[in-house]
Design a binder for this molecule. Structure first.
Ligand code: FAD
Length: 321
């Protein structure tokens, strides 16, 4: 059954985030051959419309307004609900990002719709669109179908491959004028934490340190390895609590969820709360002195040894490639 699906593109620092293209790819599956319409919301975002089309949107609807320069749940909801009213879609897809996690329940509530959040895979099977999503902090996966009404889902970054960009494609980018008003939240200032290098949530390679790195200084070899591999540095809560690094690096149940192609856990024991944030990584390498450490249960490759010896050796070897 062909459906019209709206896919929200997420813009950061004037560029579309990767998860927007992955959401488009999910939208294609849900549409079952129907129309996939990209939606861009912001202040000056229409220039990104063609890129969204080159990744698979049939056309793009843009809502621009001075009040949408920064994300607020209130402002974005007004914009999105106006597009939904106009387009009357049968499917809706957002990225399962901080923005998507905030906005999707609000939109679902306003539409009186269900929501399948944090989907890690989507397929059409037995005449249904079947979503896979983690439960019990990633210990198990459930499969879900929507039996009636809007198919509304958020997709976990780095899980559903984006379609390749086709620069020969072009299409309509149309503006919808929406009167954004009565906002209950006004962003006065955005204060950014200084972050080094690659964005942890979108990194293809993550080198994570735990309490085993022993100090802030102990993160240095991990940073060097991350630089050589073009990756980002992450951490366990143990390392954050011990003040070896900032909490913005924390991965896990109460931190960030990452799904890189390669995750190298250094001096991390593998507590269930940590696994909740990284066990979906494609290839997991664990370096730990303790051969009984729980992290080895989820690792594809395990190195029993001292991280301060192993990590510099890996860095030297990767430099040769
Ligand atoms: P440890 O458990 O102390 O492990 C350190 C490891 O380093 C050991 O396995 C040791 O063998 C190894 N090691 C030591 N020295 C070396 C060396 N030189 N070379 C190699 N290996 C070495 N944790 C998270 O990570 N993320 C979360 O989001 C999170 N949320 C939580 C939420 C709740 C409600 C609770 C209760 C806990 C949460 N935790 C979370 C904490 C979690 O339970 C663990 O305490 C934490 O993950 C442990 O961090 P760690 O593995 O770095 O430290």
């Amino acid at each position: 059954m062909a459906r019209k699906v709206l896919v929200l593109g997420e813009v950061r620092d004037g560029a579309l985030r990767n998860v927007s293209f992955e959401a488009l790819s999910a939208g294609k599956v849900i549409s079952e051959g129907g129309e996939v319409v990209g939606v861009l919301v912001g202040k000056s975002v229409s220039a990104l419309g063609q890129e969204f089309i080159q990744y698979g949107a049939s056309r793009v609807v843009v809502v621009e307004h001075a009040e949408l320069a920064q994300y607020t749940s209130d402002g974005y909801s007004q914009a999105l609900l106006a597009v939904i009213e106009e387009e009357k879609p049968e499917g809706l897809v957002f990225g399962h990002t901080a923005l998507g996690k905030d906005l999707s329940p609000r939109i679902a509530g306003k539409l009186n719709s269900g929501l399948i959040s944090d989907a890690t895979a989507i397929e059409v099977a037995g005449g249904n669109v079947v979503f896979t999503r983690p439960i019990y902090s990633g210990k198990a996966f459930e499969k879900k179908i929507v039996t009636e009404g809007l198919i509304f889902a958020t997709v976990r970054p780095n899980n559903i491959p984006a379609l390749p960009k086709d620069e020969s494609l072009s299409g309509e980018v149309n503006s919808l004028t929406v009167d954004i008003k009565d906002l209950r939240t006004i962003i006065k200032e955005v204060v950014r934490k200084a972050s080094e290098g690659v964005d942890l949530s979108e990194a293809k390679v993550v080198i994570a340190g735990g309490r085993g790195v022993k100090s802030e200084e102990g993160f240095k070899p991990l940073k060097e390895l991350a630089t050589v591999l073009g990756g980002a540095v992450g951490a366990s809560r143990g390392a954050c609590d011990a003040e070896y690094c900032d909490y913005s690096l924390q991965i896990g149940q109460t931190g960030k969820v990452v799904t890189p192609d390669l995750y190298i856990a250094c001096g991390i024991s593998g507590a269930i709360q940590h696994l909740a944030g990284m066990s979906n990584s494609k290839v997991i390498v664990a370096i730990n002195k303790d051969p009984e450490a729980n992290i080895f249960k989820v690792a594809d490759y395990g190195i029993v040894g001292d991280l301060f010896e192993v990590v510099p050796l890996l860095t030297e070897e990767f430099k040769k490639l």
